[in-house]
Ligand binder design. Structure first.
Ligand code: NAD
Ligand code: UGA
Length: 340
């Protein structure tokens, strides 16, 4: 693996990445290929390339498969895979009140179909994306031993997906391990357009107002995408066959208002924040207990929020320079749904 962020992380032999065209998936695919790993990337997004890229100059090959996990025959894709990284899902918290059938399809049915195919294909290891949203509200840090009490339909589907995968791993006839990584709020270059940090940065760079859902005192454990990719690679290389859930966060949290201040300092422009009602199902606070990630995976987040925000601001400046203004306005993402 080259590059400081991934020093000390072992190379995976052959990997399958679901959700390969997404925010986190596209970073993972790039880092795996840079480490010489051959990747089969699966995504249902229309823009996901279907042309294969052969291995070259130290870069692993990419086979890009455009398919819906919930209905495709996955057996050929999974042949000889050392690790399946399962990132595909419908990810936003707020639209899950109104689009539940889609959430069930992408998060629950797709996971069940994939796990069934993994057992049949003899895949030894699955590393999957779970979410801090399985916890629901919490006073202090969120620990893997806490009883999950999701407050949104999205959180319920992520909990179901996690439990489904672990049920498959526990089957007597299955020789696979499952690590379900509960990511906290992920940011960095390429972040989904419905998410807060990307919206604040774009709005500030374009001198547009940004709507804050609530009073901005809600806090999140914001974790940079390079740390998430490192955690995924560490989980794939973790010794032993054990299965379980592991939080992936920084152990520190910042409020939405603190992000506004930092964005102002880093861009030299004051964000124009307009405060509105909070969304139903939006948790007040998330902070990861990071003990298990450190002990089981040797993982500690390395990117501080200020430095991480700077990487996303730089990326946003470049992408705005390439995109006509009318396209950025429409890329504001999913429409707000239920408000408190
Ligand atoms: P994303 O939407 O950018 O990527 C998900 C990808 O999965 C998309 O490209 C989508 O087309 C694909 N996909 C969805 N359903 C599919 C299906 N049925 N078949 C094939 N492809 C399908 O989301 P992301 O932010 O990169 O999130 C990746 C994973 O991490 C998700 O599982 C999400 O729940 C989880 N997660 C994300 C965050 C975060 O802050 N971004 C935090 C916690 C957990
Ligand atoms: C994020 C991801 O979107 C989920 O996929 C993921 O599962 C979840 O993290 C997680 O940690 O598990 P969320 O924390 O809601 O969910 O992330 P953002 O969309 O970045 O929102 C952060 C906060 O900013 C929320 O309180 C939200 O209400 C607020 N926000 C968001 C605004 O005030 N304005 C906006 O325009 C967008």
């Amino acid at each position: 693996m080259s590059g400081d962020a991934y020093d000390g992380v072992e190379t995976v032999e052959k990997a399958v990445v679901t959700g390969a065209a997404g925010f986190i998936g596209s970073h993972l695919v790039e880092v795996l290929r840079r480490g010489g790993t051959d990747v089969v990337g699966i995504d249902r997004k229309a823009s996901w390339a279907t042309a294969d890229i052969p291995a070259s100059a130290g870069l692993g090959a990419l086979r890009a498969i455009n398919a819906d996990l919930a209905s495709a025959d996955l057996s050929a894709c999974l042949e000889n895979a050392a690790t399946v990284f399962h990132l595909a899902a419908l990810p936003g918290v707020r639209p899950s009140w109104t689009q539940f059938p889609e959430y069930l399809h992408c998060n629950v049915l797709a996971t069940q179909r994939l796990m069934d195919a993994c057992v049949r294909a003899g895949v030894p290891r699955v590393v999957m994306a779970s979410s801090s949203s399985v916890y629901g509200g919490a006073e202090g840090t969120m620990s893997e031993d806490d009883l999950p009490r999701p407050l949104s339909p999205y959180g319920v589907t992520k909990l179901a997906a996690e439990r489904l995968a672990l049920a498959y791993a526990a089957r007597r006839d299955a020789a696979l391990s499952v690590n379900a990584l509960r990511f906290f709020t992920v940011y960095g270059p390429g972040q989904r357009p419905d998410m807060f940090i990307g919206r604040v940065i774009r709005a500030t760079l374009e001198n547009r107002p940004i709507e804050i859902y609530g009073d901005g005192t809600q806090i999140r454990d914001f974790v940079h995408v390079s740390d998430i990719v490192r955690a995924l690679l560490l989980a794939a290389a973790a010794p032993g066959k054990g299965s379980g859930v592991v939080n992936i966060g920084t152990g520190r949290a910042a409020s939405v208002n603190e992000v506004l201040v930092l964005t102002g300092e880093l861009t030299g422009r004051t964000p124009d924040a307009r405060y509105g009602p909070a969304h139903i199902g939006d948790v007040r606070a998330t902070t990861a207990d990071v003990g298990r990630a450190r002990n089981r995976l040797g993982f500690t987040a390395r990117t501080e929020l200020r430095a991480g925000l700077a990487t996303q601001i730089e990326w946003a400046r470049h992408s705005l320079a390439r995109t006509p203004p009318h396209e950025t306005a429409s890329s504001a993402g999913m429409a707000p749904t239920h408000r408190g």
